[in-house]
Ligand binder design. Structure first.
Ligand code: ADP
Ligand code: MG
Length: 640
């Protein structure tokens, strides 16, 4: 007997099913695609138990004859192509004839279908890939599939399914994609009796408003770009509406949602410097390309496609984005050079310093004739060149670490210029009209040694400080992020989350996918301090928020947290609590650009150095950069 044999059909189908049907969402996607291919203008989806117990999809499309209804469950049974030429010009969403066979292999199906010309419809029941019975039935024109007990015959796969909230979120996401791609089709989605999505056929604008809200509609600029037989239309987001995740980036090719890193990069680069690397512009772009130039047959779920000329599409998207932004006068802003080498830090310091001419007007400024050769007069510029007028305020800082950091430098004391208590200087250059406030502070850290700390906020972004070994520069945002991250984690782990109740609960209208995410994360969000109630109609009532959320920011922080969470999740990170803590920290932390008072700066530093990891933020970016005196000396050519 030969060792090689053909697998029984039912087993082969189960194996094949693994590629097409990974989770309830895959069934929804395949069946809705079939409905759209059948010309439906109304598609209703009902799920129970996030699709694990039931997925029911009905449409008002063409329907099938009895013969077709039976054969449709066979592998490679399709009405959509019949020749090589057809395969080269795919105009439909499906064409591989696999979906129904695959679903039938792993679920129990009941199909009801009727064509307009038939008086009675057909009912087909299928289980384990086998047609159980075929009967006549009265039904509406169109087709409905009820898929029960998905993976009941493949317990191994059932085990891989995630929580209902997670599985349902996938379903919502796929429905949202269909809804945005087909505004002329009415879609509904309900789960366990709650109506989650309900969008009526209408214009694209109506659709955006229905899925999101008016605000999102205003965030979009109409987009159009064309060339080389490729047409791109749709919307791109205004730069200030950038999101922290890719979840609002939709690219559709000939009516099919596609994922393409390259093409989303094309749009991103079109924004030039208007957007930083961690921001994602929302967009909804429809690409129309001659189907002969596209190969959709490269992936079983067809979410990836191949183009004959990818670089043209790249250019069309990039150029289109640029042109659109330019037309709306959204010109890229100039960026300050940055970097973490001592050299550029010094350059940045010089930039932030009071103008020399201004400084020289101070009566106590050194005479211009004073020799400049030793470098102090401009090299030591952060300490303005005039005598300190009086007393220094003091406060007690207990931490050993602080003492270690801020203790007197071991040498060169004599060369230190005296510092004023507070100097505020406006710098009007740079055109932004924003004054730069430099607030040097003297304070007594340790009464015995009279050690002094100077703290300056530079560009409302970094805190510069003299420390024992040289200077230290702290990124205020990441520093606060580290602090909040650790607080968030411990709040979620404790039985009593720290929450501040709102006097007036806030109502937040969410998009279906957002709502599903909140539902999924609710417990940990509560642990963090968000007191949330979920209401029908995707309304979320915020009753309490974590302590660090600033008034007026409640809904925005929650939203940004969710965006950020999705972003991290897409990067393949998995620990839910950790993700939530990091997301919250990132979004609730003070930002670059927030001015800080001197007590705030000191508070921040104190808290930072009582965290477990003061030097790196939760994503591994540095929080503190130190430049040692030795390094400064070397750069200034001092050899003492
Ligand atoms: P494919 O979509 O790749 O052709 P499927 O297995 O998804 O393969 O479907 C098999 C066939 O069943 C389709 O080609 C179509 O003719 C028919 N069919 C499936 N769903 C519907 C529907 N909702 N309305 C009408 N016909 C359908
Ligand atoms: Mg199909």
């Amino acid at each position: 007997m030969s060792r090689i044999h053909k697998l029984p059909e039912s087993l082969a189908n189960k194996i094949a099913a693994g590629e097409v049907v990974q989770r309830p969402e895959s069934v929804v996607k395949e069946l809705v695609e079939n409905s759209l291919d059948a010309g439906a203008t109304e598609v209703a989806v009902v799920t129970r138990n996030a699709g694990k117990s039931l997925i029911y999809i009905s449409d008002n499309g063409s329907g099938m004859s009895e013969e077709d209804a039976v054969i449709s469950f066979e592998r490679h049974a399709t009405s959509k192509i019949s020749s090589q030429e057809d395969l080269d010009r795919i105009m439909t969403l499906g064409f591989r004839g696999e979906a129904l066979a695959a679903i039938a292999a792993v679920g129990q199906i009941e199909l009801k279908t009727r064509r307009a010309e038939d008086e009675l419809g057909t009912l087909v029941r299928v289980e384990n890939g086998q047609v159980l019975d075929v009967t006549k039935t009265a039904c509406e024109k169109g087709t409905s599939f009820a898929v029960r007990n998905l993976f009941f015959s493949v317990p191994a796969r059932r085990k891989f399914l995630k929580s209902n909230a997670t599985e349902f979120k996938h379903i919502v996401e796929v429905m949202q994609r269909f809804a945005l791609c087909y505004p002329d089709v009415t879609f509904t989605l309900s789960d366990d009796d709650s109506l989650v999505l309900n969008v009526r056929a209408g214009s694209m604008e109506d659709r955006i408003r229905a899925i999101y809200n008016d605000q999102m509609l205003n965030a979009f600029l109409p987009f159009e770009s064309e060339g080389e037989g490729i047409k791109a239309t749709g919307y791109i987001g205004k730069p200030n509406f950038a999101r922290k995740s890719k979840s609002d980036q939709y690219l559709f090719l000939n009516g099919r949602y596609i994922a393409s890193k390259l093409l989303s990069h094309a749009v991103f680069t079109g924004y030039e410097h208007l957007m930083d690397a961690q921001s994602y512009p929302p967009y909804i772009i429809f690409l129309e390309i001659d189907p002969e130039r596209v190969d959709v047959n490269v992936h079983p779920t067809k979410s990836e496609v191949k183009f004959d000329d990818e670089s043209s599409i790249y250019q069309i998207l990039q150029e289109g984005t640029r042109t659109t932004l330019r037309q709306h006068n959204l010109v890229p802003a100039m960026k300050m050079p940055d970097g973490d080498t001592g050299e550029s830090v010094i350059a940045a310091l010089r930039y932030a310093l009071p103008n020399y001419d201004r400084a020289e007007k101070f009566p106590t400024a050194p005479a211009p004739s004073q020799p400049q050769s030793r470098g102090e007069s401009w090299g030591a510029a952060p300490q303005p060149r005039f005598e300190t007028p009086g007393t220094s305020r003091s406060s007690s800082v207990s931490s050993d670490v602080l003492q270690q950091l801020f203790g007197e430098p071991r040498q060169a004391n004599a060369e230190m210029a005296p510092r004023p208590d507070t100097v505020t200087l406006d710098e009007q250059n740079g055109g932004a009209g924003q004054g730069i406030t430099i607030t040097p502070q003297s304070r007594s850290l340790d009464e015995d040694s009279n050690a002094r700390v100077g703290l300056w906020q530079i560009h409302n972004k970094y805190i510069l400080s003299q420390i024992r070994s040289g200077v230290m520069i702290i990124d205020q945002h990441v520093a606060h992020e580290r602090i909040l991250y650790e607080q968030a984690l411990s709040s979620m782990e404790s039985a009593m989350p720290m929450s501040q109740q709102l006097l007036f609960p806030l109502e937040m209208k969410t998009a279906p996918a957002e709502y599903a995410t909140i539902r999924e994360l609710r417990n940990d969000l509560m642990g963090l301090g968000f007191d949330l109630t979920l209401e029908k109609g995707e309304r979320v009532i915020i009753q309490g928020v974590p302590n660090d959320v600033r008034p007026g920011q409640e809904a925005a922080i929650l939203r940004e947290l969710l965006d950020q969470y999705q972003e991290y999740q897409q990067m393949g990170k998995t620990d839910q609590r950790d993700l939530i803590a990091a997301s919250f920290a990132c979004r609730a932390a003070i930002k670059a650009g927030d001015p800080l008072s001197e007590p705030e700066m000191l508070d921040l530093i104190e808290q930072l150095f009582s965290t477990s990891m003061p030097y790196v933020c939760p994503h591994g970016r540095p929080i503190v950069i130190r430049i040692d005196l030795a390094e400064l000396d070397r750069r200034f050519g001092r050899t003492s």
